[in-house]
Ligand binder design. Structure first.
Ligand SMILES: NC(=O)C1=CN([C@@H]2O[C@H](COP(=O)(O)OP(=O)(O)OC[C@H]3O[C@@H](n4cnc5c(N)ncnc54)[C@H](OP(=O)(O)O)[C@@H]3O)[C@@H](O)[C@H]2O)C=CC1
Ligand SMILES: CC(C)(CO)C(=O)C(=O)O
Length: 310
């Protein structure tokens, strides 16, 4: 690494951004700069560091800002907003990312394409880590999980940059792998999310309840079958069977409320368009019908609409 701090920008310092910022900030030589509009959270981090509870317990020093204007030039950027805010977050930080490799650690399909419109080199990322901000300056680390990083094919980061990102995260305590093709891990997670999250969001049930209620489990399986057909036609090799992820969720995350359910409970727009919508778009591209995913998109958008229509 070159002399001077290795600067990393984290755009969006909610649950996931906070977990990644805090773990990276404890690696010697790394300086983390987080941007998030939540003033109380930013002020608490600036005053006392970012505290992790749950699966780990430590406080790490992180520079925190409510606006990207004050970001210094960074070598890496991590996008951890919800997908609806990807474009705005990266555009506001473009001056600091002019020579950076930028990774999405978000759920869903299509974030990398948006990032690539703004910055030169992009990393495709998938994470299985889970958490929640519990108070300003504090994030609860709920579930450990591996992360996979690979090139965004049309506009890839240098292999060395992908290796550095995975290495720094592993050194900070979040086990990460650099892979040649990150589409398999990404789609494996997307299929699981798309098969479970909208059903939880529509019913208010946890992921474990959705996967064990017989009538809902049938819908989970229909969504998986459709998504598998899309992946097959698109030449995407899933890295594990999504049905196994369902069994694992029942065992290890029964009471978890997927982030889409959390969005619905807070009456925030959801990420349905990049989950089931992403699978349906790919299905149309490769000629595979996806009526169950289309239905999920329509129902969740209908629910969102009900909050504003009279
Ligand atoms: N939570 C989890 O356990 C998991 C989440 N994910 C994925 O990770 C991504 C992030 O989710 P999560 O951390 O839960 O989301 P959060 O809502 O906790 O955090 C996102 C943060 O980004 C902020 N933000 C919004 N716009 C901007 C902007 N322009 N610049 C900088 N920050 C901005 C939000 O502020 P505001 O609230 O004011 O909009 C919010 O504080 C999502 O794609 C999610 O699906 C993946 C695995 C697990
Ligand atoms: C943690 C997990 C895997 C649960 O579905 C997730 O991605 C989410 O909450 O959106």
């Amino acid at each position: 690494m070159s002399p001077g701090p290795f600067r990393i920008a984290v755009l969006g310092c909610g649950a996931i951004g906070s977990l990644y910022a805090a773990h990276l900030a404890r690696v010697p030589g790394v300086e983390v700069w987080a941007v998030d509009p939540w003033r109380d959270h930013v002020e608490a981090i600036a005053a006392g560091g970012l505290t992790v509870t749950g699966q780990a317990a430590f406080t790490a020093p992180v520079h925190a800002l409510t606006s990207a204007d004050g970001l210094p030039p960074c070598a890496l950027g991590i996008v951890a907003t919800k997908s609806l805010h990807t474009r705005a977050a990266v555009t506001a930080a473009r001056h600091a990312l002019a020579d950076a490799a930028v990774v999405s650690v978000q759920n869903g399909i299509g974030n990398e394409e948006l990032i690539a419109e703004v910055v030169p080199r992009v990393i495709r990322g998938t994470i299985v880590t889970a958490g929640a901000v519990t108070a300003p300056g504090t994030v609860r680390y709920d579930a450990p999980g591996d992360s996979w990083f690979g090139p965004f094919e049309p506009q890839p980061a240098y292999p060395g940059e992908i290796g550095v990102l995975a290495g720094l995260l592993s050194e900070g305590g979040l086990r990460s792998y650099a892979v040649d093709d990150a589409r398999g891990p990404q789609w494996t997670k997307v299929v699981f999310n798309a098969a479970t999250s909208p059903l939880a969001a529509l019913t208010g049930l946890t992921v474990g309840q959705v996967c064990t209620e017989p009538a809902l489990r049938t819908q989970v399986e229909i969504l998986i079958v459709e998504a598998r057909a899309v992946c097959r036609a698109a030449g995407i090799a899933l890295t594990s069977d999504p049905a196994e992820a369902v069994e694992e969720a029942i065992r290890e995350a029964f009471g978890h409320r997927p982030s889409m359910l959390q969005d619905v409970l807070a009456r925030r727009p959801t990420e349905i368009d990049v989950l089931n919508g992403g699978i349906a778009d790919e299905g149309r591209r490769v000629g595979v019908p996806t009526p169950a995913h289309d239905a999920m998109v329509a129902l969740v958008h209908g629910l969102e609409r009900s909050w504003t229509s009279r």
